[in-house]
Design a protein around this ligand. Structure first.
Ligand code: GLN
Length: 531
């Protein structure tokens, strides 16, 4: 079959969960055994997400192939249980770079290069090229930003023109507010959103309505009437504490069948896949076992999206083990005045996630010391491993002022130092040690081997600093275990405490945790927290 397209557009405001909706549609199609792939447009002029602040933009997600992409990619991968590539990401920065370099080559000689046709044609050709090479049944395209923004206007125009050449189904997500004073769901914003989209030449085939409580049937009717859309294609997308239950919920509401109809296809669902998904999705919210109090101690905790993969990895593992996890977000700076006990005494486990910059690092070190001295299971991810090494150097090996040179250039004990390959790099974009790297597990009597039960593992990375091997012998003698390495880079990949559960890894195992395949280290961390 020729590739068909589903385009997801968000109206009215950001934060409606367009990424989750796109991932749910991908999952539903996957359950019907379609060959699918997501494509995400992002309207910013950055070449990729790597140079953005997680505080503003949420987590920077890293793919196997070294690309630094939008956090929505994490949602797609966690739903699809597939690793994606940079082909799925298209930013304005990248598309403009391509067009301008073509112009410089003389590809458009004689013409004035314009948004229409040149840029829009460039976008469409890109899409067609991927669909052809990947032999896709369906590509699901998420247009970043909100309809009406300046930034994504040309992407939306490209989608209108895509529909002139191919079969395209438009999915619009809108917001149905419920005013507390009147207690009534209001359809006017959706009506206005619809008109704006129509002005741009696009008539949505499906309208997903976000709301706080279930969409009332008279409200559905009203929206159907005002948008000339069959009522069966107005879909309730009201709040749900468990995002993984959404694909099934949408299908229960008839969306699967309606979508097949819109695609002009008949086929039945893959029941094996559906059962496995359903089992895992329902485990996320069912409260069976213990309640585990996990503290995430970081510097970006105010914006939860900055650590979304860590949070999801904890949920996947807890669901798998049949436990409930309560995540406590703790701003590491708060610990810098001491009183760790006051904050952490109820912790069953402590995680220090990745991060950059000095702010809050001393608080992380205090949290780690507290975990080590009180036998609280500890999991350090990237910066969390580096700070674990610094804590051990200072407090066990008595290397006063030990630090990472990221935070203290002149420390005598630079137990964490810049990667040799990073010296002399002055460009910031896409230059870290990125993507998937193979790690060799050097010791079988270790937490890491117990977790993976393999000698070689592959996890994703994103860092410029590393453990300084100069201090390895001394720290090993003092009891720190070096359990895994990257032999080709001569890099320490994992350190552990003996006695008690404490492990830090240079990688980000949270990035590969999927609902159907929880990350092994998170499983063993929660097992320890539960014990
Ligand atoms: N800032 C540290 C480094 O660059 C850690 C990075 C991270 O946690 N992703 O090495």
């Amino acid at each position: 079959m020729h590739t068909k397209y589903i385009v997801v557009l968000g109206s009215l405001l950001s934060g409606l969960g367009k990424g989750v909706l796109t991932a749910s549609i991908l999952k539903i199609l996957d359950l019907y055994d379609y060959r699918v792939m997501p494509l995400k447009f992002d309207g910013y002029l950055n070449y990729d997400c790597g140079t953005m602040n997680p505080y503003r933009h949420g987590e920077v997600f890293v793919l196997d192939d070294k690309s630094e992409v939008d956090m929505d990619f994490g949602i797609y991968e966690r739903f699809l249980n597939k690793s994606l590539t940079k082909e799925s990401s298209m930013t304005s920065g990248r598309i403009f770079t391509e067009i301008i370099s073509k112009e410089r080559k003389g590809d458009y000689l004689g013409s004035d290069v314009q948004i229409v046709p040149h840029l829009v044609d460039g976008i469409i050709e890109h899409i067609e090229d991927i669909s052809r090479r990947r032999k896709l049944d369906i590509m699901v395209i998420e247009v970043g930003g909100t309809v009406g923004d300046l930034e994504n206007g040309y992407f939306i125009e490209a989608m209108r023109q895509l529909a002139l050449r191919h079969e395209v189904i438009f999915v619009n997500i809108t917001y149905v507010p419920q005013l507390s004073a009147v207690g009534e769901q209001k359809t006017k914003p959706t009506q206005i959103a619809f008109r704006l989209l129509m002005q741009m030449g696009i008539k949505p085939d499906f309208i997903f309505c976000r709301s706080e409580s279930r969409l009332l049937s008279n409200i559905k009717e009203k929206i159907a009437l005002y948008t000339s859309t069959p009522i069966s294609r107005i879909i309730d997308d009201s709040d749900d504490p468990n995002i993984y239950s959404l694909p099934e919920r949408f299908m229960r509401d008839g969306f699967g069948e309606e979508l097949l109809k819109a695609l002009g296809d008949r086929r039945s669902i893959n029941h094996g896949k559906l059962d496995s998904w359903r089992r895992r999705a329902s485990a996320i919210c069912s409260k069976r076992g213990k309640t585990l109090n996990i503290f995430i101690v970081g510097k970006y905790v105010e914006l939860r999206d900055a650590y979304v993969s860590v949070k999801e990895a904890l949920l996947h593992a807890a669901g798998y083990l049949g436990e409930e996890v309560v995540i406590n977000w703790l701003e590491s700076e708060k610990l810098e005045k001491g009183h760790e006990e006051d904050y952490l005494k109820s912790a069953d486990g402590i995680v220090v996630p990745g991060g950059f910059g000095r702010r809050g690092s001393e608080g992380m070190i205090r949290a780690i010391k507290y975990a080590r001295e009180n036998g609280i299971p500890y999991l350090g991810l990237c910066l969390g491993m580096q700070m674990m090494a610094v804590e051990f150097a200072r407090n066990v090996c008595k290397m006063r002022g030990a630090n990472s040179t990221e935070f203290d250039k002149r420390t005598k004990y630079n137990v964490i130092d810049i990667l040799p390959s990073q010296r002399g790099i002055d460009k910031k974009g896409g230059t870290m040690r990125l993507g998937s790297w193979k790690t060799r597990i050097d010791r079988v009597d270790s937490i890491i081997y117990d977790s993976y039960k393999r000698r070689w593992v592959s996890e994703r990375h994103r860092h410029r600093y590393e453990f300084n091997n100069k201090f390895r012998k001394r720290m090993e003698k003092a009891g720190l275990v070096f359990s895994a390495s990257d032999p080709s880079w001569k890099l320490v990949e994992a350190i552990e405490w003996t006695g008690g559960f404490g492990i830090g890894v240079q990688s980000h195992p949270e990035l590969k945790s999927r609902l159907e395949e929880p990350a092994p280290l998170f499983l063993s961390f929660l097992r320890a927290a539960s014990a």
